[in-house]
Structure formats: structure tokens, C-alpha cells
Design a protein around this ligand. Sequence first.
Ligand SMILES: Cc1cc2nc3c(=O)[nH]c(=O)nc-3n(C[C@H](O)[C@H](O)[C@H](O)COP(=O)(O)OP(=O)(O)OC[C@H]3O[C@@H](n4cnc5c(N)ncnc54)[C@H](O)[C@@H]3O)c2cc1C
Length: 288
Amino acid sequence: MIAAQFDYKVPNSLEEAVSLIAADPDGSKILAGGHSLIPAMKLRLAQPQVLVDIARIKSLAYIREQGDEILIGATTTHYQLESSALLRQICPLLPLCAASIGDVQVRNKGTIGGSLAHSDPAGDWPAAALALKAELVLIGQGGERVVKADDFFVDFLTTDLQPGEILREIRIKKPTGKFGHAYEKVPHPASGFAVVGVAVNLSLKADGSCESASIGVTGVGVKAYRPNGAESALSGSSLNDAAVIEAASHACDGVDLNNDLFASGEYRCHLAKVHTRRAIAKAKASAK
Ligand SMILES: Cc1cc2nc3c(=O)[nH]c(=O)nc-3n(C[C@H](O)[C@H](O)[C@H](O)COP(=O)(O)OP(=O)(O)OC[C@H]3O[C@@H](n4cnc5c(N)ncnc54)[C@H](O)[C@@H]3O)c2cc1C
């Protein structure tokens, strides 16, 4: 359980981090909270030649409103998101999701950018990012590009991030009108990771029926996903019990299910349906 040798670089700015990683894009890795990368290095699943530590770049940790968007810096910790009074008011799904992650120590060190970049199939942030239709700002030596969360999670532990790129910022449209959020999770009893996690973002009409719904599910497949069948069943529905049960029945349609010693694919799919139903009901009840 000792990592292979590596060089350790501590840039003072994002620009310096970009040029350090560009010097050896395939051999370097960004280090943020280290709560996924360091265990992987100790197991020698990852053996980077160079670690570029961005956790000390103060300008990368922020939560701000700008026009109709919420901007979140990549090294903002889970705890900073959990405890943000602003987010509790304008986008409660983010603090709800953050509060469900690991334990206090994990939430104090781990970052939203690290979690999204890692794309653990049991990670919580990918579900919230999908439900909120987040956009991710990536920067490399060639400049910046913006990727929708829908296109960012590519496969098991694989994202659209290219060698030499850094996830700089997460952008989310501020929910408007009457909306409700919920995050329902079955935590693994040992790690706290999601056996199943369901993030729901409901937009309601004045009469309480559903204008639109976006849902992110984690833990069930190789990567987090949006259950399109459930979302379209909710859209325009009255959100009565029958409509919610019908929508939740589509929670794992077409998904290649994770299967391990702790939870079979069939069990995960069952949990996904139950917790999608509960999350929709909670989001509806929370709507203001
Ligand atoms: C005991 C324990 C329990 C946990 N429980 C949970 C849980 O319940 N739910 C959950 O979701 N997670 C859980 N985690 C994981 C935790 O949330 C991690 O913090 C997170 O997955 C990774 O974030 P990090 O900042 O630590 O990233 P790191 O470990 O530093 O990096 C992870 C990966 O992302 C890359 N990376 C990091 N930041 C960037 C960036 N800005 N741009 C490009 N690449 C980047 C790194 O190169 C590395 O490949 C747990 C971890 C532990 C140790």
C-alpha cells in the first residue's frame, strides 16, 4: 500500500497548473482533495509520474451567482457546498447531495471537481450534475471548452476530459419559478458511497402539475445517467401517486446493471425504482 515514486508540483495559479500538466499530459495527474486519487495510487491502480496539486489555488474554490447562473469553482469542497446558505436557498439539491457524501473528513477534503472528474460509478455528484443539467468548463493549453454534464460522463471512471485538461468550473442555471429538489441515497454501510443515489429536479406549473423533470441516477450502471423514460413520463403529468409510480418504474430502463458481492444488478434496479419514487415525492413536497 505504498504509492510508486512521483514528482509533486504546487502551482500558484490555474495558468501555472495548465502549463505544468501540458509538459507531460499523459504522465501527469491533477491532485485535488486526493480522496480518490491517493487510494488508487497506493493500490498502484494509478501511477502518475507527476502530481499537480491544485487544492491550494485559492481562486479555484468559490460559489457565486452570475446573472441566471450559479458558478462553482472546481476545488470547492463538499463541505463548502453542504454549508452554503446561498445554495440552500437557490439550489437546495447541491447541499442535499453534498451532505450525503462519506463523512465529515471526506467532505472537508474532497472537491466537487475531483468527484466529477473521477466519475466513480457510485459517486454522488454526477447524479446531481445530470439532474441540474450542469455545464462543465474545461481548460487546457488550447483554451477553454464547455461540456454538458450529459456528454461528460463517458464510461466507467472515464469522462470527456482530455490529457492536459483541467476541470475549472461547474455552471448551473438557477432554478426559477416553482421548483422542488430531492436527493435519495442508499449508502454503502462501509464506505458511504452510493449503492444507489437519485437526484430529482422538478419544475412545477402553478396548478402543481409537472412542467418538466430532470433526474440523475448513480450506483446502478457503469456511469451516472438520466432515466429518460422516467423524465418523459413525469413531464406534463399531475404528479399523483399513479403517475409517480409509473415514472419510477422506468428508473433503470436500458441500463447495463452493476453487479457485485454487495448488491446484485436486480437489487440495484429495485432500489433505483423505489428511491426514484421517493425522490420525486420528496421533490414535489419541497416545491415552493
Ligand atoms: C472513506 C471515503 C468515503 C467516501 N464516500 C463518498 C461518498 O459517499 N460519495 C462520493 O461521491 N464520494 C465519496 N468519496 C470520494 C470523495 O468524494 C472524493 O473526494 C472524490 O471522489 C474525489 O475528489 P477529490 O477532490 O478527492 O479528487 P482527487 O482524489 O484529488 O482526484 C480524483 C481524480 O480526479 C482528477 N481531478 C481532480 N480534480 C480535477 C480537476 N479539477 N480537473 C481535472 N481532473 C481532476 C484527479 O487527477 C484524479 O484522477 C469517499 C472517499 C473516501 C476516502
